[in-house]
Design a protein around this ligand. Structure first.
Ligand code: NDP
Length: 480
């Protein structure tokens, strides 16, 4: 029989995805630039289902039922373009090319346009969940046309993770919308990971707890509101003991965090759109600081605070940190969803934020119990200006804010860096503040650059003659 779906690029992600399709009953065509990966997949996992291997791209394309559906799982960037070019020559109008790699959404917009001109549907598809997700059920964020989703969607939904019987896959929006939302997902993932790391640092250095004890705290948190994949694996990592030295695993790992760049994209895009994603930005910068080898090596003589932290009531402190983590996490999500709204406005996508939260509940790295609450918040009010305004989240933050403030203040006093806890609190307070000092900045801008300002008490644009008699003039042609 002709194959239902094809996968080209059979490294870890592609081969696992192909096995997932085959195990769900789809006849799966497989192809890789070097044929050895294709034969290895068939040798090792041919029993997972019905595979149709091909050595050449032409045979691969010919092995698929029309309209053909091909998922590209190769290295993002140039390799993706090379594969698209090769396949486009072989495809027919109406066929669907899917890029499941971590592409930059702007590349996806460009590729979709070029494919559309040839009559080919191009679906930029965010796939989250790593190797295991690809095999057992990832969270899938497809962009592209509605028409393409109509035939492709049911297949993707079947192999995606499921939560409460619902697939973790939905049509996000046209062209680059899927990769955009995947990008923001990764940014939130950075913030969530950094927040957890800050909480660990506070418990360790603030309360003097050992990694194994902190592992128990995280395991306990995982039974409550913070129930999530990242909290769960954190407990596992902290429990781990190095076989060679007998030391906690976290103590033998070099403290320089790596990154592949999707968090950076989230922040760059947010800067371009003018959206303050402070939690995500600080988490990217924190990884950068951790890898700033020269600066860190030279910092030995920088003085710290005169008094170390003395946590008197450990249980109360642990609860403070938990609440601070929860509140900061809500801020990171609120900011991420703000970026999605701004992206949708800029690129003309209709994105249902509640549906995005719904498909993040399973399969992906940021899967968490509290995503249900986000879906509910947007169902109650699809126009919600900030997630923080949803009654459930306002309540969480209001109950946690004293703890949050104690933790951030204590951390600052005792010299423990908490960039995401602290910046999230500053964002929260900035949002609540009725009169921001931005009025003074407007004054400064008008002073040195005649950038003008608006007044609180009347319409119009004004400028003060700072180097003259300091009288005010109205800029729009009217004299006051
Ligand atoms: P890699 O990113 O390591 O890419 C390797 C694959 O790309 C191989 O199949 C290789 O073929 C192929 N390839 C590289 N260059 C070319 C080229 N010029 N022409 C044709 N094929 C080429 O594989 P991964 O499985 O790690 O990731 C695949 C995609 O999925 C990437 O875009 C990555 O960013 C994304 N990803 C997503 C993750 C997630 O959690 N969602 C996790 C990891 C990756 P060959 O065997 O011939 O060298």
């Amino acid at each position: 029989p002709k194959a239902d779906i094809g996968v080209t690029g059979l490294a870890v992600m592609g081969s696992n995805l192909a096995r997932n399709f085959a195990s769900k009953g789809f006849v799966t065509a497989v192809h890789n630039r070097s044929y050895s990966k294709t034969t290895a997949l068939i040798d090792e996992h041919g029993g997972d289902g019905q595979f149709v291997p091909s050595e050449s791209a032409a045979d691969f394309v010919a092995s698929l039922a029309t309209p053909r559906k091909i998922i590209i799982m190769v290295k993002a960037g140039g390799p993706t373009d090379a594969v698209i070019d090769e396949l486009s020559e072989l495809l027919e109008p109406g066929d669907i090319l899917i890029d499941g790699g971590n592409a930059l959404f702007e590349d996806t917009i460009r590729r979709e346009k070029a494919a559309r001109e040839k009559g080919i549907h191009f679906v930029g598809c965010g796939i989250s969940g790593g190797e295991e997700g690809a095999l057992k059920g990832p969270s899938i964020m497809p962009g592209g046309s509605k028409e393409a989703y109509a035939s492709l969607g049911p297949i993707l939904e079947k192999i995606s993770a499921h939560v409460d019987g619902e697939p973790c896959c939905t049509h996000i929006g046209t062209d680059g919308a899927g990769h955009f939302v995947k990008m923001v997902h990764n940014g939130i993932e950075y913030a969530d990971m950094q927040l957890i790391a800050e909480a660990y640092d506070l418990l360790r250095r603030g309360a003097g707890m050992e990694p194994a004890e902190i592992a128990e705290v995280f395991a306990e948190w995982n039974r409550g509101d913070l129930d999530s994949f990242l909290i769960e694996i954190t407990a596992e990592v902290l429990k781990q003991v190095d076989a060679e030295t007998g030391k906690p695993f976290v103590d033998v790992v070099v403290d320089a965090a790596g990154m592949k760049g999707t968090g950076t994209w989230t922040v760059q895009t947010a800067l371009t759109l003018g959206i303050p994603v402070t939690g995500i930005a600080e988490s990217v910068f924190a990884r950068g600081l951790s890898s700033s080898t020269k600066q860190r090596a030279g910092a030995g003589n920088l003085p710290g605070p005169s008094q170390p932290w003395s946590v008197k009531d450990r249980d109360a402190f642990v609860e403070d940190v938990r609440l601070a983590l929860y509140a900061s996490k809500i801020v990171a999500y609120a900011q991420g969803f703000d970026e999605i709204v701004a992206g949708a406005a800029q690129y003309d996508w209709e994105i249902d934020r509640g549906a995005v939260a719904r498909i993040w509940r399973g399969g992906c790295i940021i899967r968490a119990r509290f995503l249900n609450r986000i879906t509910e918040a947007y169902a109650d009010n699809p126009e919600l200006a900030s997630l923080l305004f949803a009654p459930f989240f306002t309540d969480v933050v209001s109950k946690g804010q004293d703890s949050w403030r104690r933790v951030v203040a204590g951390a600052a006093q005792s010299g423990i860096p908490t960039p995401v806890f602290a910046s999230s609190l500053a964002y929260y307070d900035g949002l609540r503040t009725e009169r921001l000092p931005a009025a003074l900045i407007q004054g400064q801008r008008d002073f040195f650059g005649a950038h003008t300002y608006q007044r609180v008490d009347k319409e119009g644009t004004f400028h003060t003659l700072w180097s003259g008699d300091r009288s005010e003039i109205q800029e729009d042609g009217h004299t006051p």
